[in-house]
Write a protein of this length. Structure first.
Length: 343
């Protein structure tokens, strides 16, 4: 009940013309607030990342990402069905292969784990779901780097140009297995051109590329590397992912990827890079995806578990801010929860 003994709301200032501007006028009525709201979340804008591994009946929770699992193809089909039932229709698949080697050869197999998952999901749901695939080698190499290695003055590094053909091969293999959208995340120079050429030559001229164009060398990928079992076994990714201090470099990466044929652009991570999302959108006016990455998710979950924040409120606020910054779509591990909350 309202506290009593307060004056009736209304203008009490000595001159009725002051304040001149009253932004609060549009905040009193909740229906007015709804009318003037600029950015609204919809499950249609959300893409759920999923991790698939060999086996049957596997549903192994990722400890640092509560509610997210390593799944086998059968449980993956169930998981996608459940997400679809609450309104999530777009998914991006990450594979944890049967074996890893120096060249990541398990990524290229017809019977590779992502290829199997694509076929199983297509069989179960047809064109009712949109299936994206993350294209990279860090999950498939025994050293955990995103491509083939070379010796750079005594230090092992990812061999840019040698990685391009196998990256294109991986993408074609995924397209053959049914991928709707190809999303290369390895940050190799020339990757979009190599992949576009590979796809076109294989007849997949109509399969779009969502390029992880502005991907930063970030500490926020920690939980993902547990989930995908893909931490680099030595060194870091600083020779291929971007320095967090840079923005002009992101614009350059985006310009190059668009020139090479990227159809959509990704900025990753999202929350610490809202300025990049905004700048990319304003400068290029193309569809922009933002990746609300594993570490961003884990922070919310951990604080919520402690009772320190309201998970629902904070999650909706974070995702709204990522859309408000200029992204059209968000890859997020919160997708299922958000879709349920928005119902
Ligand atoms: C790699 C890839 C990574 C993520 C998506 N694709 C990890 C990395 O670059 O180390 C991270 C996603 C996340 O943290 O949620 N190919």
């Amino acid at each position: 009940t309202a506290p009593m003994n307060h004056p009736i709301c209304g203008n009490t200032s000595p001159t009725p013309t002051f304040p001149v501007s009253r932004p609060r006028r549009l905040r009193y009525n909740p229906l007015v607030r709804e009318l003037v709201r600029e950015t609204e979340l919809s499950p249609r804008d959300l893409i759920l990342p999923l991790f698939v591994r060999p086996g049957k009946g596997v549903r192994q929770e990722i400890s640092s990402m509560p509610g997210n699992f390593q799944l086998s193809t059968d449980t993956l089909v169930d998981e996608v069905g459940a997400a679809r039932d609450v309104g999530i229709k777009s998914f991006i698949l990450f594979g944890i292969p049967e074996y890893k080697d120096a060249t990541g050869s398990s990524a290229l197999k017809d019977e590779g784990i992502v290829q199997q998952a694509l076929r199983a999901l297509r069989k179960a749901y047809g064109t009712d779901v949109l299936l994206m695939t993350d294209e990279c080698f860090c999950e498939y190499t025994d050293h955990g780097h995103c491509g083939l290695l070379c010796d750079r003055g005594g230090i092992l590094d990812v061999d840019n140009d040698a990685t391009l053909p196998i990256l294109a091969e991986q993408c074609v293999s995924h397209a053959k297995a049914g991928a709707d959208v190809i999303a290369p995340s390895g940050m190799m120079d020339g990757m979009v051109r190599a992949i576009r050429t590979g796809l076109d030559n294989a007849g997949f001229t109509d399969v779009p590329i969502l390029s992880y164009a502005a991907k930063y060398a970030s500490g926020f990928y920690g939980p993902f590397r547990e989930a995908a079992e893909s931490p680099p076994s030595f060194g870091d990714r600083n020779t291929y992912q971007m320095d967090p201090g840079n923005t002009d470099e992101a614009m350059k990466e985006v310009a190059i990827d668009l020139a090479e044929g990227a159809d959509m652009i990704m900025v990753k991570p999202a929350l610490s890079y809202l300025d990049i999302i905004r700048r990319v959108k304003e400068q290029f006016r193309v569809p922009v995806a933002a990746y609300n990455v594993s570490g961003e998710f884990a922070m919310v979950k951990a604080a919520a578990a402690k009772g320190w924040i309201d998970e629902r409120r904070v999650t909706l606020e974070i995702l709204t801010s990522i859309r408000r910054a200029g992204s059209d779509m968000i890859l997020t591990y919160h997708a299922r929860d958000v879709a349920k909350w928005l119902k």
